[in-house]
Design a protein around this ligand. Structure first.
Ligand code: HEC
Ligand code: HEC
Ligand code: HEC
Ligand code: HEC
Length: 178
């Protein structure tokens, strides 16, 4: 009974947190993105992401500080904390592909949306100019960040988009226009 109520709560929070294009597609997990987005000359996005707190956001919930913030209870089991600290918790279970590795923290798809359509399209085409926003969220903006960086976070101290975006930057240096 409790488990069912808990599950429903997660589904409701997911609706609020994820980009509209999210539904109807599968989340493949950050490890899958690594297979194509970790070349050094193209920006090594996976390695860069792994070095940010986003990739450690689930671990953070296992800390003493987190337990204290969660009134002494295990925050790694707390839906209301997990929804911002672990991509998995913000996604209905039936949208997680087999490849999705659990507890990856705030993964690529928390910002770029579910990746299966994009992975399939890139495997089918070598023409990079055909990547569209309907396939993958190409440039997540401030709105996406604000779904988690807001007053609902018990440790919130404000959010400056330009500054924050710089800290997690993972541009592709082989693209001359940037
Ligand atoms: C099969 C290889 C492959 C996989 C797997 C893959 N991508 Fe891509 N992706 C590409 C290619 C090729 C491009 C086009 C060239 C470029 O922009 O780097 C691209 C482009 C993108 C872009 C758009 C860049 C732009 O500005 O147009 C984003 C964002 C992106 N990928 C994110 C992801 C994420 C997130 C994942 C994992 C869910 C992922 N990709 C998995 C091959 C892949
Ligand atoms: C799904 C929720 C979520 C989204 C979306 C999100 N963040 Fe975060 N972000 C977090 C959490 C949780 C932390 C703290 C993780 C920790 O310390 O364990 C964090 C931490 C950070 C940090 C500190 C990272 C560091 O390594 O020092 C920066 C900077 C940041 N986010 C920028 C952004 C930007 C920019 C965006 C939007 C493009 C964004 N975030 C979107 C949840 C999110
Ligand atoms: C609305 C999204 C959201 C929720 C809900 C949330 N967090 Fe966070 N958490 C964040 C973000 C974003 C950060 C990065 C710092 C900030 O802006 O608060 C963060 C940072 C943290 C940190 C690291 C703080 C630091 O100063 O390094 C801890 C610990 C933490 N959260 C614990 C929790 C616990 C425990 C809960 C549940 C009771 C929770 N969070 C709920 C988004 C959230
Ligand atoms: C916290 C949000 C967030 C996370 C997590 C995140 N990204 Fe991004 N990503 C962005 C933003 C913001 C941009 C910059 C868009 C722009 O250039 O305006 C971006 C840009 C990109 C681009 C285009 C780069 C270029 O210059 O063409 C690719 C590819 C990409 N991300 C892949 C990934 C992959 C793969 C992961 C995980 C390993 C990941 N991202 C994790 C927010 C995120």
């Amino acid at each position: 009974m409790f488990a069912r109520t808990f599950e429903l709560a997660l589904v409701v929070s997911a609706t609020a947190l994820l980009p509209a294009a999210a539904f109807g597609q599968q989340y493949v997990g950050s490890e899958k993105c690594k297979t194509c987005h970790n070349a050094k000359d193209k920006g090594e996005m996976y390695t860069k992401w792994k070095a940010t707190q986003h990739a450690k956001a689930f671990e953070t919930l296992g800390s003493e500080a987190a337990k204290k913030l969660n009134k002494g209870a295990d925050a790694q089991k707390e839906g209301k904390c997990l929804k911002c600290h672990n991509t998995e918790a913000a996604v209905p279970a039936d949208k997680l592909a087999k490849s999705f590795k659990k507890d990856q923290g705030v993964g690529c798809e928390s910002c770029h949306g579910p990746g299966d359509k994009h992975v399939k399209a890139r495997m089918a085409s070598e023409d990079d100019s055909t990547v569209t926003d309907a396939e993958v969220v190409r440039a997540p903006g401030e709105k996406t960040c604000l779904t988690c960086h807001n007053k609902e976070s018990p440790t919130f101290k404000g959010f400056k988009f330009a500054e924050a975006a710089k800290k997690i930057e993972h541009k592709n240096p082989s693209k001359k226009s940037q």
